[in-house]
Design a protein around this ligand. Structure first.
Ligand code: ZN
Length: 324
């Protein structure tokens, strides 16, 4: 996958402009609260960098990167309701960008689910996706798996056009399904959550014993985040908790999940650094980095492969199970 498949530049420019207006309003309004490490709850952390007026701290114990002070839930709700940037994102995303994102992202996820079902000899009959929009991914899963129901939790009274999708009108905090599911999906969600304890307990209580929980999130130990720091795409006001391989394990095990697999199947780290390098957004005094960025693409591809295979990409993916 190439970076250009996911983001169109004009659309991004307008998003950037609107986001700046929204963030200035959020910072002026507040309120904020002091935060602790979301993975291990330690209060000991060092300041790493600032972005858009937010401070990013790294936990001394488990190296999770988190925002503190962080907007309170009330401030976040206000932001979600009033953000011009999010409205633009929902309503104005060019059709070709949306189609390209859907195809590139959802089909890969669906294929990966089929591979997991095959590898662990399990069938996923009832699937719950948290943060799943209108259930768009079900179309892609239809092509890969046989399943009965695809549940989406959504506080707003919406309906879905997809036949197997069932919308559960509830907030996550109050979710209590009549029948437990055998797979919970949470793609690119946990980084938005200040305190993940409630979310993980809810997932656990709605999952059958032995059921799977699959999540992806930007990992703070990944190459592009290490090199680009606050200039990394994954560093943004709404990504308040960025785990690494070890701290994500620690968090899930603390809640009673067993880790089945943890991987970093990322394909974009080196391209993101190269893009920042070409735009002169990063310093040029690192000889090794200069060498790599000026070398042939095949060397950069080889580095990406190395990152992927050694848990060093910032695209973190975890397969966990509820203990039987
Ligand atoms: Zn920690």
């Amino acid at each position: 996958m190439k970076l250009q498949d996911v983001h169109k530049e004009d659309f991004e420019r307008e998003i950037f402009r609107l986001k700046k207006i929204d963030l200035d309003a959020l910072i002026a309004r507040g309120p904020f609260m002091v935060n602790v490490c979301p993975a291990c709850k330690s209060k000991d952390a060092v300041h790493k960098f600032d972005k858009d007026g937010f401070h990013y701290l790294e936990c001394d114990v488990c190296q999770t990167l988190f925002v503190s002070p962080v907007p309170t839930d009330e401030a976040k709700e206000w932001y979600l309701e009033n953000s011009g940037y999010l409205r633009y994102w929902r309503e104005q995303m060019p059709a070709e960008v949306r189609a390209s994102r859907n195809k590139a992202v959802y089909s890969k996820r669906a294929q990966s689910l089929a591979a997991i079902a095959d590898k662990y000899q399990v069938s996923f009959k009832r699937i719950l996706e948290i943060g799943g929009g209108m259930g768009e991914m079900s179309v892609f899963i239809d092509q890969e798996l046989t399943y009965d129901e695809y549940l989406i939790v959504e506080p707003q009274p919406i309906t879905s056009q997809y036949p197997k999708v069932k919308i559960i009108n509830s907030t996550i905090e109050n979710l209590m399904l009549n029948e437990q599911v055998d797979l919970v999906l949470a793609y690119e969600l946990i980084e938005h959550i200040t305190d993940p304890d409630i979310l993980l307990n809810i997932i656990l209580s709605n999952l059958v014993p032995g059921g799977f929980f699959i999540l992806s999130t930007p990992g703070s130990g990944g190459f592009d985040i290490k090199v680009l720091e606050e200039k990394a795409r994954a560093i943004g006001y709404d990504h308040v908790s960025l785990y690494n391989v070890n701290s994500l394990k620690l968090l899930l095990e603390r809640h009673g999940f067993e880790i089945v697999e943890i991987s970093t199947p990322g394909t974009l780290d080196v391209q993101m650094v190269k893009q920042a390098y070409d735009k002169k957004e990063i310093r040029y005094d690192n000889i090794a980095l200069n060498f790599l960025m000026e070398s042939n693409e095949e060397y950069r591809d080889a580095l990406q492969e190395y990152l992927k295979n050694n848990l060093l990409s910032s695209h973190l993916m975890c397969i966990a199970r509820k203990s039987s």
